[in-house]
Design a protein around this ligand. Structure first.
Ligand SMILES: [Zn+2]
Ligand SMILES: [Zn+2]
Length: 462
């Protein structure tokens, strides 16, 4: 039995791991490589294995850096089942289709340029239809349910508390009388996060494949975070300007709506009109609403007390672009939640154009902003931004709310590892080298763990 690392090695995207047990091949994750244009071109590369040789796929959660190459895997010959949590399957239905749509748009854009140069057109990485087709291979599971996925391999999903449906995948492998237990952390959630339960602990493993995104970081406390958000909103209320919130459509958007509902009176939310201006955000919120069975205690209590956890009396869902354009006329009193989370695309760009030059407007940053993005430029204090060729003055106040993260911080990762009673061997993945290095040191020195910082194409015998 062995495990090979084919992605998210020394980096945070493109998760992909291949388990071989006897003559069976199980792929864990099939993620998209995300980042610069040059980097993303590698999504078109051949897989380092033959897709048709894979017997089954196990998927921890719906984020595209874990799921986004699945339609391509199927397009290139994989025909087996994809095991994942039921909520992940529902989220993937909308997220992969959206990715397919963006692929089609990218290809059209590229092809217009290629045509002018007399070059042959390129195909989209996969289309909307191919994404829909891929979804037919999904086999939904529940947390705690054990399923034999191929002969000699059983999977059990445990709640990872990262986004709705996210899972830790526990794989039990049997070959010639030998038994091994490999645990994939997936992305581990941030303890105490809204709506979701905390990451479940696993007691035993022979090998743990563990994420290390924030292996060198500490998040600030939830209490401080909510207090800060309340203060920003009350200041903005006295100035009566609009508040723009760029937010990831899956996860962060639902957390915001949920916290607005929980702090409705305290934060004076009733004095605003709240707009969720994102078709994807609306769809994802519906999926979150359909899976109330996996909420944490606090969300379950809110649900029982008020019938739903995302509904606000003053919430407007803007699905059509006409509805979105109407918001442009609102000069004060609007809280606008829109994608994309780093202002690189989506409807938030229109709202920036209509508001960022206003003195009384507020931009509230609630998520990570990667280097090189418009969101990052605003956080770093840009005085002007360029949108559709137009130079726009930045007069709005920019607030960065720390602490809102869907990932465990260093202590969270340490606590999760310490849940294992037998101190298993660890392979670190899904982290930048600096983060991995620091976490590896703590795991070794404090837990005596045998730690590997996985390299691309590295093979580990089980
Ligand atoms: Zn994730
Ligand atoms: Zn991830």
């Amino acid at each position: 039995m062995h495990l090979e690392f084919f992605g998210a090695t020394q980096e945070v995207t493109g998760s992909c791991y291949l388990l071989s047990v006897g003559d069976k091949r199980i792929l864990v994750e099939c993620g998209l490589i995300q980042g610069s244009h040059v980097h993303e071109r590698h999504n078109r590369d051949d897989f380092p294995f033959a897709p048709r040789d894979i017997d089954a796929v196990v998927l921890t959660h719906a984020h595209l850096d874990h799921s986004g190459r699945l339609p391509l895997l199927i397009k290139r010959g994989f025909k087996g089942p994809v095991y994942t949590h039921r909520a992940t399957s529902d989220l993937c239905a909308i997220m992969l289709e959206d990715a397919g749509y963006l692929n089609e748009k990218d290809a059209q854009w590229e092809n217009r340029k290629r045509e002018r140069k007399g070059l042959k057109p390129v195909e989209p990485l996969y289309s909307r239809n191919e994404a829909r087709e891929a979804h037919k291979y999904f086999e939904p599971l529940e947390y705690g349910e054990t399923r034999e996925i191929v002969t000699g391999v059983e999977v059990t999903l445990r709640d990872a508390g990262h986004i709705l449906g996210s899972a830790i995948a526990v794989l039990e492998l049997h070959e010639g009388g030998v038994k091994r237990k490999v645990v994939f952390s997936g992305d581990l959630g941030h303890k105490g996060a809204p709506i979701l339960r905390d990451p479940e602990l696993v007691r035993h493993a022979d090998l743990v494949v563990m994420e290390s995104t924030y292996g060198n970081r500490r998040h600030r406390g939830w209490q401080e975070t909510w207090q800060e958000m309340g203060e920003v909103l009350s200041n903005a209320r006295s100035e009566k300007g609009n508040v723009l919130i760029p937010a990831f459509t899956v996860g962060r958007t639902q957390e915001l709506l949920y916290e607005f509902k929980r702090h409705y009176d305290e934060w004076g939310i009733g004095d605003w009109e709240v707009f969720l201006d994102s078709p994807m955000g609306i769809k994802a919120t519906n999926v979150y609403a359909q899976h109330a069975r996996i909420y944490d205690t606090r969300a379950t209590e809110l649900l029982q007390a008020s019938g739903d956890v995302f509904g606000l009396p003053n919430l407007h869902m803007s699905e059509r672009s006409e509805d979105s354009m109407k918001i442009n006329r609102v000069q004060s009193g609007a809280i606008i939640i829109a994608g994309s989370g780093m202002c690189t695309g989506g409807r938030i760009k229109h709202h920036l154009k209509h508001n960022i030059w206003r003195q009384n407007a507020h931009l509230m940053i609630v998520g990570f902003q990667a280097r090189g993005t418009l969101g990052r430029a605003l956080v770093d204090g840009a005085k002007r931004i360029r949108l559709w060729g137009e130079s726009i003055l930045v007069r709005a106040t920019v607030h960065t709310i720390g602490g809102l993260s869907a990932h465990a911080d260093q202590q969270g990762l340490m606590d999760w590892y310490q849940g294992f009673e037998n101190r298993p061997r660890v392979a670190l993945v899904h982290g930048e080298p600096e983060a991995m290095e620091v976490l590896a040191y703590r795991l070794q020195s404090e837990c005596g763990a045998d730690v590997l910082q996985a390299e691309f194409r590295q093979k580990v015998i089980l």
